[in-house]
Design a protein around this ligand. Sequence first.
Ligand code: PLP
Length: 460
Amino acid sequence: MDRPLYVSTRGGVAPVDFNAAVMMGLADDGGLLIPAAIPDVTSKLSEWRKLSYPELAYEVMSGFIGDAVPADDLKALVQRSYSTFAVPEVVPVKAVGKLFICELFHGPTLAFKDIALQFLGNMFEYLLARTKGKLNIIGATSGDTGSAAIHGVRGKAGIDIFIMFPEGRVSPLQERQMTSVPDANVHCIAIKGTFDDGQRVLKELFNDMAFKRDYHLGAVNSVNWARVLAQIVYYFWSAFRVTEATGASSIQVSVPTGNFGDIFAGYMAKRMGAPISRLILATNENDILSRFFNTGEYSLGKVVPTLSPSMDIQVASNFERYLYYRLGQDAAKVRETMALFAKDKRIIVPGKDEGFAAGRGDTAMTLETIRRYYRESGYLLDPHTAVGVAVAEQYAVEGVPTVCLATAHPAKFAATIEKALEPGLAVHPTLEALKALPTRKVLLEPVKGVIKEYVATTLR
Ligand SMILES: *Cc1c(COP(=O)(O)O)cnc(C)c1O
């Protein structure tokens, strides 16, 4: 078996293998790591159709990992990562009205980020055990990513995780999903401030080179290549399930998009040869990406809060990976374009990518879509999924089934479901059980010195 290599979108990193790419996270030159070559898997599709989700995950991933991780180790690691999901299929695909819904929310925190973070947590633990290394993950969250990251690494050897969240500004449910985790390596820090204060302190900690080195700081943000890799799998999986069910030769996939991580995985799957004719990019009112795919202009707007908070993002951290391919895999051009964006907050990319359609689903459409699908099909959409469904409806094509990725369980956003319909419809036993669990957190000032001191004493 060979060993695939990774390069930076900005061309300033000597090629590294998968293991080094996972531990590096963000590329050392400020760019993002991407595979030096994308495997063409068209000859394997008929075999892959027959596989279970973990078997398929192993096949897809091994093409990007090669002998950097021995086959038996990777198989066991993948099995373990998806055994925490509540349903045997891991990712069920259901016919709902004229669409198919691919349910990505059966992991421990009921959101699609579990698919990547359950795998990444196990991969970190595995790689650290091999090098006898240590990793201290520090993150700032406004809600969902923090809990998925905590559940990905809880109880893992060699890892401690510190998550900062703004006291009183995340929903009680989101807070409980973090603070009720009893493992000794999990440290929840409520900060006396806003999400932006958390982000600022985080940046200051990572810019403190001595601290970063001495304390082996790491991040779990959505730019880690392992997260994209784990997400490629369900594009193949849903394409197989839906082409089987309908007899169609390809599908289109609608993706509720924030940081462009999920849909970039779809772009990779399509380039590898998955039977996907088109990707439909759906944003809420924070529509920098849907504007880009419709006009070629990528220009920064102001972040506005919506009913789909995990998509309330303007600068999409994974967009640079796509830009690299769009600019002909020319790292110098990427460097130049990103420098221009940093300066002007606006770039223009000529031409159009026919592999994408894009649109925006606003608050009214989100509520209307949740209401209509519940009344007509008895199916509850969470507000993020509803944005994807609302946009997908505008791009229906005769003979090509549409799959909508469902990125969260509706019970995580019960207030919005109540607004659209009525109280008491969106419930989940895992979330109900949280209410009775003891919680732990410390309350600290959002000041670099204070957080540093807390990390140091906790680890001592
Ligand atoms: C993170 C998230 C998204 C957006 O995914 P990206 O990879 O950032 O585009 C959509 N829905 C939910 C529920 C999420 O948690």
